[in-house]
Design a binder for this molecule. Structure first.
Ligand code: FA5
Length: 341
């Protein structure tokens, strides 16, 4: 009877363990079949009432069943655990990857590099100025004395320097002319792209922060023809087509004579369209022969050298190239705009 009972327990156990894949369920089974109050345990307690012969037969059987149950449970437990760790470490190659955002240079930075490349190929040096500039370099040494009405042309953000000195967020890149001349002897050709600031109301073609480009060429026999030729070469390389340059009389205190210069419209090639207001020309910037007063302020002997300088807004040529109709987009921080270039 006891023998049958033990065999029944075994077969019941085998049936129960068959589809187990959960450690908690397996634990319950362990308690049920091997615990102190298990059926098998109870059955084994009955051994002592058996005859010696029966003990000899059933004792080993009971032990064998107990060991078999224990080893089956252990084996299954190991199996379940290794399955679980396999599942945990499994790589699902079908899950879409996480997109990595990769930044890139701002359009204005890209164009600045391009300007530097083109002018370097024409033998120009590249210099840099400071964004917080003294009044002296911003204006006085550029022949724009205090109280001169010409200062009004540069709507300046004034700030107080450490020692109370009046300083300006530079409204143009022209101060670099003085810095460069103070440390270089002609002949030379140099460019300086850089950030400028103006305290003026913004609109589609004016921003409070923008980039200018300045070029300065000084030597013994430099003339307006050189300027026109270099400008023409540069704009043709930049816009990758033949571009014409024309100059109109204008006024800047640091140049004499002074000009505004236009380039032939790159949209209609000078024929006249809505971009150029049907004139065939687009205003680009200011230029002129360096005023001898500026040479003198930079420490050169008056009348010793001749040179020309010119400057224009970098956003303006970027707008022409990419047909961008509002300058405020450049530094407005809208990534939808910035990512296009
Ligand atoms: C100047 O700033 C002179 N320093 C340029 C110069 C250099 C003349 C060397 C002669 C010799 P002007 O204020 O015109 O000039 O500005 C030059 C260019 O900067 C403008 O033609 C325009 O392209 C750009 N610019 C000026 N103000 C702004 C602004 N608020 N927003 C965007 N671009 C501007």
């Amino acid at each position: 009877m006891l023998e049958q009972k033990i065999l029944n327990i075994k077969s019941e156990f085998l049936g129960e363990i068959e589809n187990v894949s959960d450690l908690d369920v397996l634990n319950d089974i362990r308690v049920k079949y091997l615990g102190r109050k298990s059926e098998l345990g109870e059955a084994l307690k009955g051994l002592k009432d058996l005859s010696v012969d029966e003990k000899k037969k059933i004792g080993p059987l009971a032990n064998e069943v107990k060991n078999e149950i224990a080893s089956k449970i252990d084996a299954l437990e190991k199996n379940i655990k290794s399955q679980a760790s396999l599942l945990k470490d499994r790589i699902d190659v079908t899950i879409p990857g996480k997109k990595k955002e990769v930044g890139h240079l701002h359009l204005i930075t890209q164009i600045q590099s391009e300007l530097i490349d083109i002018f370097s190929s024409m033998g120009f040096d590249v210099t840099d100025g400071v964004e917080i500039e003294t009044e002296e370099y911003n204006f006085d040494k550029l022949n724009i004395p205090e109280n001169h009405p010409a200062r009004d042309a540069w709507d300046t953000f004034w700030i107080k320097g450490k020692d109370g000195e009046r300083k300006a967020l530079r409204p143009h890149t022209s101060p670099m002319q003085i810095h460069y001349m103070e440390s270089h002897k002609p002949p030379f050709r140099v460019i300086a792209p850089g950030k400028c600031f103006r305290n003026e109301a913004t609109d589609a073609s004016h921003d409070h922060t923008f980039y200018q480009f300045e070029a300065l060429v000084v030597g013994d026999d430099v003339n307006v023809g050189h300027f026109k030729n270099i400008a023409q070469q540069f704009f043709s390389m930049f816009f990758k087509k033949d571009v014409d340059v024309r100059i109109r009389p204008s006024f800047f205190p640091f140049t004499e004579p002074s000009f505004e210069f236009d380039i032939s419209c790159t949209v209609c090639d000078g024929k006249g369209c809505s971009t150029c207001g049907r004139t065939g020309w687009i205003e680009i910037g200011g230029a002129g022969m360096v005023n001898q007063a500026v040479f003198e302020a930079a420490g050169y002997e008056k009348g010793r050298y001749q040179g020309f300088a010119w400057g224009f807004g970098i956003e303006r040529i970027a707008m022409m190239r990419h047909k961008i109709d509002d300058i405020r987009l450049f530094h407005g921080g809208d990534l939808r705009f910035i990512k296009q270039f």
